[in-house]
Write a protein that binds this ligand. Structure first.
Ligand SMILES: Nc1ncnc2c1ncn2[C@@H]1O[C@H](COP(=O)(O)OP(=O)(O)OP(=O)(O)O)[C@@H](O)[C@H]1O
Ligand SMILES: [Mg+2]
Length: 308
């Protein structure tokens, strides 16, 4: 694609470059840095800036004699000027990499905190419930039949509470995700959601072996949020989850047959909440992405792709 620099920008660049070539000095290089920073801010691309530079340099070289020493000096000085002008782009690239690293760290902290809470929820609730079971059994022993029957009913409710707490603690940070991998963890998640929501959920595909923990966690959290969204928003009856691996990515799609959601003309979600933003951020932190397609007749499909 041809890149056409704006004439005023071209003129301004040539003026600054010529001034640097004539007078040199640190302050002219500071001006080059400032010029690069402004270009970055205005959305000028690196290639565009390089083209502006090349044109300005060609014009300058067109005015000097064909003396190879002078031309070599000019080329060297112009290179220094260009390096200074593009250094804001490098600073921006490094900052964005640092921000990405910080985001990955943040998610790691979140996951280890979720693990800690899940273990406490699981272990402490089990201990407290065990005490309640024992006390109820004691009371039932000394009670008339009709009271003992009521106590038996209460024990039945407690069994429900206990199994719900176990399944919630597993979903908070499933031990099987670390121990057995993504598919077993997703099957356990799907079983829990099926029971709670009444949705019919099919899961198919394969990861072709274990993935690293970061990728497994991102896919698990994506499916978890997508299923929560289907239960909360979609009025769907059916969900299909499919996982596959191609030569360079691990991919997962979650499709429902619900009422769809509003997308902007560019295809992005009109009013995303923390859930969808979190899914996108997690995928992007690993160099991947997440796409949503939706229409009222055929429901919503969310697809996440993470490079391997
Ligand atoms: N499967 C779906 N079907 C229909 N609408 C959906 C679906 N998933 C998401 N949405 C719509 O997209 C919006 C944004 O979803 P998102 O998960 O980001 O936020 P949320 O679920 O509203 O809140 P939270 O931050 O707790 O996740 C939802 O409010 C809902 O209107
Ligand atoms: Mg949500």
């Amino acid at each position: 694609m041809a890149i056409h620099a704006h004439v005023p920008q071209q003129t301004a660049y040539k003026k600054l470059l010529s001034s640097y070539l004539d007078n040199g000095g640190e302050s002219a290089l500071t001006v080059a840095y400032e010029l690069g920073r402004r270009n970055l801010q205005n959305g000028t691309g690196l290639l565009e800036l390089a083209e502006v530079h090349q044109k300005a340099l060609d014009e300058v070289l067109g005015t000097v004699d064909d003396n190879s020493v002078t031309r070599r000096d000019i080329n060297r000085a112009a290179s220094r000027f260009l390096s200074e002008a593009i250094s804001p782009f490098e600073v921006a690239r490094l900052s964005s990499r640092n921000a990405n690293d910080a985001l990955i760290k943040l998610y790691e902290v979140f996951e280890s905190e979720a693990k800690r809470i899940a273990h406490r929820l699981h272990d402490e609730s089990a201990q407290m419930l065990a005490v309640v079971y024992l006390e109820l059994a004691e009371i039932a022993k000394d009670s008339p039949d009709h009271t003992a029957e009521r106590i038996l009913q209460v024990v039945g409710h407690l069994d429900e509470v206990s199994s719900q707490l176990r399944s919630l603690s597993h979903e908070l940070r499933p031990i099987i995700l670390d121990r057995l991998g993504l598919l077993p963890a997703l099957r356990a998640l799907v079983n829990g959601v099926r029971k709670r929501s009444g949705l019919i959920i099919d899961i198919s595909g394969d990861t072709e072996g274990r993935l690293d923990s970061q990728r497994e966690t991102v896919i698990y959290r994506t499916v978890q949020e997508a299923l929560t969204n289907v239960s909360r928003h979609a009025k769907a009856s059916h969900v299909d989850i499919h996982i596959w691996r191609d030569s360079s990515c691990i991919c997962c799609s979650i499709s429902d047959n619900g009422n769809g959601m509003k997308l902007s003309s560019q295809g992005s979600v009109e009013s995303p909440g923390l859930g969808l933003i979190g899914i996108k951020e997690r995928a992007r932190a690993l160099g991947g992405d997440c796409e949503i397609s939706s229409c009222p007749e055929s429901g919503t499909t969310l697809q996440v792709m993470i490079p391997l």
